[in-house]
Write a protein that binds this ligand. Structure first.
Ligand code: SF4
Length: 431
């Protein structure tokens, strides 16, 4: 595991949902050491909380996808009134997202929610904040203080506030806004300190990835509370994924960040899947299920590899729970080297696929049978791992690539000579 920035530790959830720890590394309130918890993945429901059946179904679907914590919006009284029913039918810690109406926070606490998110940009009345802090303290419920560039309300004062904060962001894009967000956080957290409430997680989200990196680096120096990472309004998954991974990946690689939400204008299941994949990629979480590697294809390809990879991914995502490495490679020329360490691998070529299990060749099948045979080998391998008859990551024998011109062939010459039809998606030869 990479070294992580030490923080106080916050715990979300109860006996029924299981407790999710966020952050750690600094002593707790009793002076006991805490170890940094695995970075957790959060998401937020897209539907109405007061639509109980749909809300419950969505929360449970997100939990099944791997979400550690799920946030729900509670804009109206009918939403907080629905919370007891939602909580009773779900098994994952629930966060109530509160904006504008501090009473929604009090109602959510009363309903038994596991965490409150407050936005300093729209609930700033000191007495109201104090009321929420006291209610959370009485119930042992943490609060996320989440500033967001879209709801910083003192925009008219930004020049003066930026000057007050000095010039530490003077050379940064959106420097005045970053300074303003940090000032808002400091001012807000003073209220919590005065109440001796430290069960806090902090976030400061913007749309611009570079600014997100800048602001979180700065707040990681200024506060010892765990940090909730996110890029706000990141957009559709196609572009939002790059924006989010650029920002969150850079921070996590530096040991900054204790929980995260990737946000897309799309099904929140994608937020969970991509958040987990980011953490797996950085070795910040132990992988659950298949680690699928696949080649990008090139002029040697002679099967419809893109379809094969998607079919393998879709089926194995549902069926495989052990973290086996599966490689789907387009040819035997570079495939074996690129698939190094795979538990199950297929190397395709000349409309066939050779399948290996931990380096041992188990099949050579025509293209139409590759998917079924590969899936069967993966299922069989998982069963052997579960029975203790096989271990992940072992390689029994070296994969010896077949003769590239013989058994499977590099293909280029065969295709060029008309011996093999090129897949529709592949252009052969120079134009
Ligand atoms: S495995 Fe073969 S087909 Fe795939 S990219 Fe590498 S060389 Fe090309």
């Amino acid at each position: 595991m990479r070294p992580r920035r030490p923080t106080r530790q916050v715990t979300v959830g109860d006996e029924r949902t299981g407790r999710v720890r966020i952050g750690g590394g600094l002593p707790d309130a009793a002076g006991a050491e805490t170890a940094p918890a695995p970075v957790s993945v959060q998401t937020m429901t897209a539907g109405y909380t007061h639509d109980v059946d749909r809300c419950v179904a969505e929360v449970n679907r997100l939990a099944a996808a791997g979400a550690d914590i799920v946030r729900v919006a509670v804009p109206e009284r009918k939403d907080t009134q629905a919370l007891p029913e939602v909580l009773a039918q779900t098994r994952v810690p629930i966060v109530a997202d509160v904006h504008f109406h501090y009473k929604r926070a009090l109602e959510a606490v009363e309903a038994g929610v596991h965490k409150i998110r407050l936005n300093p940009g729209n609930i700033s009345d000191r007495e109201q904040v104090n009321a929420v802090i006291d209610a959370c303290k009485a119930r042992g419920i943490p609060i996320r203080v989440g500033v967001n560039e879209g709801s910083i309300i003192e925009r008219k004062d930004k020049k003066r506030r930026a000057e007050e904060l000095g010039s530490f962001f003077a050379d940064r894009r959106q420097g005045h806004l970053l300074a303003l967000m940090i000032a808002k956080l400091e001012e807000y957290l003073d209220i919590f300190r005065e109440r001796e409430f430290h069960d806090i997680v902090i976030s400061a989200k913007l749309m611009d990835a570079a600014s997100v990196i800048d602001v979180y680096r700065e707040i990681s120096h200024r506060f010892d509370h765990p940090l909730h990472l996110g890029v706000t309004h990141a957009g559709p998954r196609e572009t939002g994924a790059v924006r989010s991974i650029a920002a969150l990946g850079a921070l996590l690689a530096d040991g900054i960040g204790d929980t995260l939400r990737i946000s897309y204008a799309n099904d929140p299941v994608f937020e969970v899947e991509d958040g987990l994949e980011l953490l797996y990629s950085l070795s910040l979480r132990d992988r659950r299920g298949v680690d699928l590697i696949a080649c990008p294809t090139c002029g040697r390809i002679q099967v419809d590899l893109f379809t094969l990879v998607q079919d393998v991914r879709r089926v194995l995502a549902d069926e495989i729970t052990v973290p086996m490495k599966v490689a789907v490679m387009g040819c035997v020329v570079n495939g074996p080297g690129e698939a190094e360490g795979a538990d199950v691998a297929v190397f395709a070529g000349d409309r066939r696929g050779i399948i290996y299990v931990q380096g041992e060749r188990v099949a050579n099948v025509p293209e139409g049978e590759i998917l079924d045979r590969l899936l069967a080998e993966c299922r069989s391998f998982q069963a052997r791992v579960e029975r203790g008859e096989a271990s992940l990551g072992e390689k029994k024998v070296e994969i010896v690539p077949p003769d590239p011109i013989g058994e499977l062939g590099s293909g280029f010459e065969k295709i060029a000579s008309g011996g093999v039809a090129a897949p529709a998606s592949v252009t052969v030869g120079r134009t």
